[in-house]
Design a protein around this ligand. Structure first.
Ligand code: CMP
Length: 140
């Protein structure tokens, strides 16, 4: 099924000049960029985005990390894009990520793990709407 998912190139990756390598990988794997913007998140924006993690012990650090530099926000479209994106990223913790996945290749830690991707179609819809208006999404 043709789906659109939401992806973030996180501050650890934008700082290390890895935007192109990460976007290329998505494209090589058959996902198409349908919206894209670079943005410095405010604490309020990061807190709202990660609201489901508010009670987790790592929440404050996560917000500090996500506001430590610019991020690249993307809509990625393709067949089964939600799962496909997660496969390309690998496990949240790079220590657990499979060979060749983006997090295995690039992540510095479980927190500074280079990329975010929606975990379900429902999350994708919420996350896309959080950062993009309808007219910013192509072919949707
Ligand atoms: P992400 O997929 O963006 O979703 C939540 C983020 O919290 C996760 O990637 C990591 O960047 C960060 N994080 C930090 N510590 C943990 C942890 N112990 N478990 C899960 N996520 C963590």
């Amino acid at each position: 099924m043709l789906e659109t998912t939401f992806s973030i190139v996180k501050p650890d990756a934008t700082k290390r000049n890895l935007i192109g390598k990460i976007v290329s990988r998505f494209e090589e794997e058959g996902l198409c960029v349908r919206a894209m913007k670079m943005k410095q998140l405010s604490a309020q924006e990061a807190e709202g985005f990660y609201a489901e993690h508010r009670e987790r012990p790592f929440f404050k650090d996560l917000v500090n990390f996500m506001t430590s530099g610019p991020v690249v926000l993307m809509a990625l479209q393709g067949e089964g894009a939600v799962l496909r994106n997660r496969e390309i990223m690998g496990a949240t913790n790079p220590a657990d990520a499979a060979e060749g996945t983006l997090r295995k290749l690039y992540a510095e830690s479980i927190e500074a793990n280079s990329v975010h991707g929606s975990d379900s179609a429902e999350s994708a819809a919420r996350e896309l709407a959080y950062f993009f208006s309808g007219i910013e999404l192509y072919n949707n």
